[in-house]
Design a protein around this ligand. Structure first.
Ligand code: KG4
Ligand code: ZN
Length: 348
């Protein structure tokens, strides 16, 4: 609706410089510049390289978003920016830019939590989020299960990874299979030709003895090591590595644990909505498995389209829009870039 506030969102927590513009739940622009290719040869994101790339990309990306939406900065009602968690130097670029634009154009600014933004982005595709909901956030930097009872004011963390993030496990396993970085999409593609039941890889923190302390936590480093040992044994025996079968079996193990724990959280909390976000939510097997198993349990799964699952500015704008609509006060102009921002804080 034309009378809803126009919100601009800035995201720079990792390797994507994103600027999104929304009106209510309507996405008007989603401009993105990625430094992923500059990190590829290192097999992971290099913080200094990411910060420098943000610095170069932020103004052009801002201009592109405004042009795409057909508005000027004067038309914007509020600016939202990722305050944390993320890479300190990278966050600083976005936060400084947001403050600069806010002061110059006399706009309120909201410093927001990146993880809550991953949840909020789904409203651009599926409308208002029924609360309470369970959110499963899986990316290269985070793997968390949250109970979302009031997205504007606070979410309850249920569990998270105790070692590697899910996306990190995809990237590391892809690397040992000789696939490019980032490896998630490559594993996804290879797995289509493989047998998910070919190799029985371990499901971390699902044994009865682990459930008492880690019911909603994840662990992927044991799985990654199991894949490495399996591949090495093949190579030592001089046998070819069946890449498609390894990819499919590994992917099945990750998805099995993610979906199992997310649906367990829905069941124990009496929740009927599961939102999945983060780069790994683009995984085709995760989406299919979640839909299939959730349907049997009467749970509705909401997963935004892949472009909204990975880091972008629209997600920050979507959360900003929700905060404004909920009457939450803006942040102070000295808002921090907080690399370790806790999940319980939605906006600063
Ligand atoms: O959310 P995101 O863009 O950035 C972070 O905050 O990390 O997530 C990137 C991660 C990478 O680890 C990448 O390999 C993974 O998401 N990813 C996937 C797929 N597409 C991206 N993992 C599995 N399957 C995919 N199709
Ligand atoms: Zn993210």
């Amino acid at each position: 609706m034309a009378d809803e506030p126009l919100i601009l969102g800035i995201e720079t927590s990792c390797d994507e410089t994103g600027v999104g513009i929304v009106r209510g739940h309507t996405l008007l622009a989603d401009a993105l510049a990625s430094s992923v290719e500059e990190h590829a040869r290192f097999g992971g994101v290099v913080p200094e390289v990411a910060s420098r790339a943000h610095l170069e990309a932020i103004v052009p990306t801002m201009d592109r978003a405004l042009a795409e939406a057909g508005v000027t900065i004067a038309d914007i009602d509020a600016i939202a920016v990722t305050s944390g968690p993320g890479l300190a130097g990278a966050l600083l670029v976005g936060v400084a830019a947001a403050k600069g634009y806010a002061v110059a154009a006399e706009k309120p600014v909201y410093g927001v939590n990146h993880l809550a933004a991953h949840v909020a982005v789904d409203t651009l595709e599926h409308g208002p989020l029924p609360e309470p909901a369970i959110a499963l956030l899986v990316s290269g930097g985070h793997s968390s299960l949250l109970l979302v009872d009031d997205l504007a004011r606070g979410v309850t963390p249920l569990g998270s990874t105790i070692d590697d993030a899910a996306g990190e496990a995809f990237d590391k396993v892809a690397r040992l299979l000789g696939l490019p970085f980032p490896g998630g999409p490559w594993i996804d593609r290879e797995a289509r030709a493989g047998d998910p039941g070919a190799i029985g890889f371990p499901r971390g923190l699902t044994a009865a003895k682990d459930l008492a302390a880690h019911r909603y936590d994840f662990s992927f480093s044991g799985l990654k090591t199991a894949v490495a040992r399996w591949v090495e044994a093949r190579q030592r025996a001089g046998e070819p590595v069946p890449v498609a079968d390894v990819a499919a079996s590994f992917q099945e193990a990750v998805c099995d644990v993610l979906v199992g724990k997310a649906l367990d959280a829905c069941r124990t909390n009496g929740v009927e909505t599961l939102v999945i976000g983060g780069g790994v939510a683009a995984n085709s097997r995760l989406r299919a498995m979640a839909e299939h198993r959730a349907a049997k349990q009467g749970v509705r799964v909401r997963v935004p389209r892949p472009k909204l699952c990975t880091d972008n500015g629209a997600m920050v704008a979507a959360l900003g829009s929700h905060l404004v609509a909920s009457g939450v006060a803006p942040s102070r102009l000295d808002l921090p870039a907080d690399s370790a921002m806790p999940l319980t804080v939605v906006s600063v």
